[in-house]
Design a protein around this ligand. Sequence first.
Ligand SMILES: [Cu+2]
Length: 411
Amino acid sequence: MHFSLICISLYTIGVAVATPGHVRQPLTSKSKLVARQSMPAINLPTMEAFDTKEVEPKADSSAIRKIMRWGPLRVNAKNGTHTGKLDPTSDAFSAVLDGMCTDCMYITGSTYLTYANGSRASIATGIYNHHVFVGDIGKKQSPIYSCSTGANTTTPNPETTEAPAEGGHADMEGMSAEGEAGHSHGDRVRRDGTSGLAVQLLGSGDDGAPMSYASSQPDVIKTGFYVGKEEKVMHSSEYVNYKDYPQDIYMTIDYEYIPGKPEGYSDALHSSFTVTGCGGAGYEPAKNKASSILSPPLYITAAGTFLNAQAHLHDGGINVRIFLNRALVCDSVAEYGSADAGEATEVGGEAWTTIKGYTGCSEAISMEVGDEVVVEASYDPTKHRLRPGAVDHSMMGEAMGMMGFVYAIKQ
Ligand SMILES: [Cu+2]
């Protein structure tokens, strides 16, 4: 149903995997929202699929469903040397994925990690999937909203919405838009889905949910992500190995597509709104009490249909809500549990209870040019603590409050 907002992956990292998100540029003017039209030189190697299996489709009976794997990818031992860019304890990989369809409409897909024998590589086996980003090289996208950085000035109208939670914006202790930590994100051009580099198609982070372009209301709208004939599908991923020995894993994609550009389907993109407006996505919430913050107003610049929304928070987060013209239209709530259902997980000697998913908003919502969107994110560190340190200290203290969604621009 939903899809996962991966910190980095949200924002097309670009094939420019060589320019990791933590190289941040100050973004202060709207002119930065201009879409990049030009393609950079692409020097990614092409990786052939290790194996491919065709299985029965689940999301759309007219689709073809494949489970494909690429690898082996060696993730070095915990104390070994690492190539990770966003997390110094991770190893990074990127390549054009041979075998992924082009001139086709992607309906849904999930990414996860396996061993040669097909069993899952996960936190239970000492592998942490920092993120898998699967992008379309060559896709052109226009911005769908504009916004500004800076302090929030908008409060949803209390007569038409629930009041923001106690504490409000004043509890925001500091926006780390220029943050230094490894867990960082691309610039707003990317977040608006307007990068000319690689546009996010699929992906996953530690919450591992599938990413779906399929509308739950096909009588209202049918949606998919179209990958053109001349475009390429690539991946850029980072994994952490908690074991004292190297592990060979396979990046696995389970996806459904319809060949060509099927009649009656709208081309949709993946985008997100964040409480930080158009600045960096990370910020520090109040550390010892519940707090909520609101984004500055974001304005829709391309009429379309918003659907399949799902929050992205870090541990400690409660929910993310969207107010459209001051009315509450979506409330996505974090669900906590052990990283692998049914298995007690321990990292660095501490039990790890983490966000394992979110409730989502699948309903198709029409948005018009000039509509105002305000995002609210709530954290309560007294209920759910931050991710225990382990080796991933970069996750400590920095929060995010984002709503990812699928958006079909009206043609
Ligand atoms: Cu994040």
